[in-house]
Every structure is written in structure tokens, then in C-alpha cells.
Design a protein around this ligand. Structure first.
Ligand code: PMP
Length: 421
């Protein structure tokens, strides 16, 4: 397998872009492959190598790359212009659709990224409660804004930089942390800080260090303790929204938060973010209320058109049933492979998310950190050589799309078996 063109481009790129990339997780060492195109389940690099893609742009492409229905929706919108700076019927239709699927969402605002969604959701929760503090879960990743870059997962953990320089301590002094799956620790932290506690924000399934799943009734207990203490519960469903089920993790686990953030899938692969929740909270947002939030690209017509198209397909074709069954099959076959090879590894995942964890099955961030990171990277390169693109970090998740064929899955399982050996 030749990666010569990627190597040469990387040498130029790193003089222009920090680490040669536009976002840290892409900076695979010694250099990443640079993409030429992608279609269906495959991604092609500039040296002409094709890979079966389980990264899927880190989650959005649930129907695979360049899905023809989404493509047509975008093209039709482009014919009519792609940025107006005025309201459209598209955004009203997508808002209505999302609100009908997510019982936690009476009203919502569109933004352009998941980062903006969580930043604005926290601002709204603080504005609504008049309180300052919030709790995040260690290893949770809620985008790259100041208040949440503390013990953050995803690229921040991969690079060993879960906290960031350039953020004054004053900006994170209201960010409290606790372990996932530990309801007592969360309860104590809330009770101790109740008078100034605005919100708890969490990924209901921790997708940026795992996936790490909630154990037993953890999410229900989180709901109960936040309700009892008048703390706004925000589920960050940027990954899990429309992935675990149409109604995300909240539908899957039957727990309704006060606010929800969405992104990734809901834009059909175009830039988008959503934050929504109870009417009384979201009406606090400007111009109806005094919590300020704004954006030139918010409700971008091409993103919203792509979002309407993807939700239509997901709903009409009952995609989740089939995808989740493929996920179950994938996990059980991988579990057999790991057992046959006598490896101390664990297969983790849920719905159409999966991962072989190079270590014991983790319950929280501290346990995740014990995995064999270097071993995983060696495995990653072997998979690339076998034509399979799994996430380049032990902390990211594999995703399955409707474009993955039986043949793709069998090839992938064979590659897992050969390379784990
Ligand atoms: N929340 C979660 C749970 C995420 O996984 C991510 C991105 N991976 C974000 C927020 C930030 O989204 P974006 O990259 O669109 O800003």
C-alpha cells in the first residue's frame, strides 16, 4: 500500500495547518491519509487506496457517504441559493420534525456545530436558573469551548491534553466533574453545591472515550436527582441522537432530560447543531428572551434540507432496526474472535456503535485510561493495510452505516481476526 502522495501533502500541510490538519483527531502519526473522495461505505485516499469506513466522519454519515437522496436534497437547495440570512420554511419543518420525535424538546434553536449547541445550552440553563455551576462527566466531550475543555474526551484525551492552555482558570471554576456510572458521587456533588448548581451535562452513552455505557438504572437515577434538586439535565446527544434510535439515547433508555443537544446525523453530513428543551427554558433565548445567541450560518438552508432528507429516510425505511441488528451481529462475532484468540480485550458498544477495547470493559474515564493505547495504534495501521478505516484512536467509536454491505462486514471481520492475531 503506497501513501506517498499523502506523505508529501502532509509535509506541506504541516507548514500551513497545525499538525497538518483542521481538527486534532485527524492527525494520525506519522501522517494521515488525505481523502480524495468517498462513496457509500468506502473512502478513497489521494494515493488511490480504498478503505471500508467505520469512522464515517466521526458519526454523521449514518446512510454512508454521498447518499443519493441527501445529495439530491442538497443540490435542489443549492439551485435556490444556499444562504439567505432570513428565516425559511425548511427550518420550521425540521424543528417540527425534531420536536415530534424528542419529547424533551418543545422548542429549539439551530446552530452550526455541536460545540455551539452545548455552549448555548449551558448558557440557557444558567440564564434560566440564574445559577453558575454545572457538572460534566470526566471524559465527556462536548466540543471545543472554554467551559467544557476540562478532562475532555475525544482528541483531547488521545493527545494526552484533556485540559487546554489558553483558558483562564476563572472560566472553568464553575465546571465541576464527577465519574460516569457513580450516582452517589453525582448526588453528593449536586447536594454540596445545590444553591449555585445550574445544570448537569452528559453524554448518555459516552461516545468520546468508548463507547462507555450507562450501567443499570444510572440514567434514571441521574434524572431523579437532578429533578429533586431543580438542576437542568442536559443530554448531549450529538453522537447518540438519531443513532441509537430516532429519539436517541433518551428513547432507547426511556429517560427524558430537560434539554438536548444534537448535531452530526441531524445535518445529513452538512454542518449543523441543535439545542432544544422545555419551552420555558428555550424561550429565554434572544430575541424572545435575554439569553443571547446568534449565528450567520444558523439554520443554513443546505444543512436543514439535508437534515430533512436524512430524517425522512431514517423514518420511512426503519433504518435503526436493521442497523442495530448489524451492530449486535458485529459485536457477537468480534467477541468470538477475541475469545478464540485468548485476548484480554473487550468488545463494547450499543446499537450501531462498536469497539474492541484493548483492556477490561470500562465503566468510566479512569478505567478507560488503562487501555493499551499504543497496541491499538499498531492495530489501526494493520487494519488500514487490510483496507479498513477504523477510528485512529482507542477513544473513538466505530459506526456502521446503511451503506455497509454483508461483504464489507465479512471482510472487516476477517481483517479483525487476522490483525488481532
Ligand atoms: N458533543 C459531542 C458528544 C460530540 O461527540 C461532539 C463532537 N465529536 C461535540 C459535542 C462537538 O460537535 P462539533 O464537532 O460539531 O462541534
Amino acid at each position: 500500500m503506497s501513501l506517498e502522495k499523502s506523505r508529501d501533502l502532509y509535509n506541506k500541510a504541516r507548514t500551513l495547518l497545525p499538525g497538518g490538519v483542521s481538527s486534532p483527531v485527524r492527525a494520525i502519526k506519522p501522517y494521515p491519509f488525505y481523502t480524495e473522495s468517498a462513496n457509500g461505505s468506502k473512502i478513497r485516499d489521494i494515493d488511490g487506496n480504498d478503505y471500508i469506513d467505520y469512522c464515517l466522519a466521526y458519526g454523521p454519515n449514518i446512510l454512508g457517504h454521498a447518499n443519493p437522496i441527501i445529495k439530491q436534497a442538497i443540490i435542489s437547495q443549492l439551485e435556490k441559493g444556499w444562504l439567505y440570512g432570513t428565516p425559511t420554511d425548511l427550518e420550521v419543518n425540521l424543528a417540527e420534525k425534531i420536536a415530534s420525535i424528542y419529547p424533551s424538546i418543545d422548542m429549539l434553536r439551530f446552530v452550526s456545530t455541536g460545540t455551539e449547541a452545548t455552549m448555548s445550552a449551558l448558557r440557557a440553563a444558567r440564564g434560566f436558573t440564574g445559577k453558575n455551576k454545572f457538572i460534566k462527566i470526566e471524559g465527556g466531550f462536548h466540543g471545543a469551548h472554554d467551559a467544557v475543555l476540562v478532562k475532555a474526551g475525544s482528541g483531547a484525551t488521545t493527545l494526552g491534553k484533556p485540559d487546554s492552555l489558553g483558558i483562564p482558570e476563572d472560566f472553568t471554576k464553575h465546571t465541576l466533574q464527577t465519574h460516569f456510572n457513580d450516582i452517589e458521587a453525582l448526588t453528593q456533588l449536586i447536594e454540596k453545591n445545590q444553591t449555585d448548581m445550574a445544570a448537569v451535562i452528559m453524554e448518555p452513552v459516552m461516545g468520546n472515550i468508548g463507547p462507555v455505557l450507562p450501567e443499570g438504572d444510572y440514567l434514571k437515577e441521574v434524572r431523579k436527582v437532578t429533578e429533586e434538586n431543580d438542576v437542568v439535565l442536559i443530554f448531549d446527544e450529538v453522537i447518540t441522537g438519531f443513532r441509537l434510535a430516532m429519539g436517541g439515547a433518551q428513547e432507547y433508555f426511556g429517560v427524558t432530560p430537560d434539554m438536548t443537544t444534537l448535531g452530526k446525523i441531524v445535518g445529513g453530513g452538512m454542518p449543523i447543531g441543535v439545542f432544544g428543551g422545555k419551552k420555558e427554558i428555550i424561550e429565554m433565548i434572544a430575541p424572545s428572551g435575554s439569553v443571547y445567541q446568534a449565528g450567520t450560518f444558523s439554520g443554513s438552508p443546505a444543512s436543514v434540507a439535508a437534515g430533512l432528507a436524512v430524517l425522512d429516510v431514517l423514518e420511512k425505511e426503519e433504518v435503526h432496526k436493521k442497523l442495530n441488528a448489524t451492530g449486535d451481529m458485529m459485536r457477537s462475532r468480534l467477541t468470538e474472535i477475541v475469545a478464540d484468540l485468548n485476548l484480554d480485550y473487550n468488545v463494547v458498544g450499543i446499537a450501531s456503535m462498536f469497539k474492541i477495547f484493548f483492556g477490561d470493559k470500562p465503566l468510566n474515564y479512569q478505567e478507560v485510561l488503562k487501555c493499551d493505547k499504543e497496541g491499538y495504534i499498531k492495530f489501526f495501521f494493520k487494519m488500514l493495510e487490510s483496507g479498513v478505516f477504523v477510528p485512529p484512536s482507542q477513544f473513538e467509536t466505530n459506526f456502521i452505516s446503511t451503506a455497509h454491505t454483508e461483504d464489507d462486514i465479512e471482510k472487516t471481520l476477517s481483517a479483525y481476526e487476522a490483525n488481532l492475531k
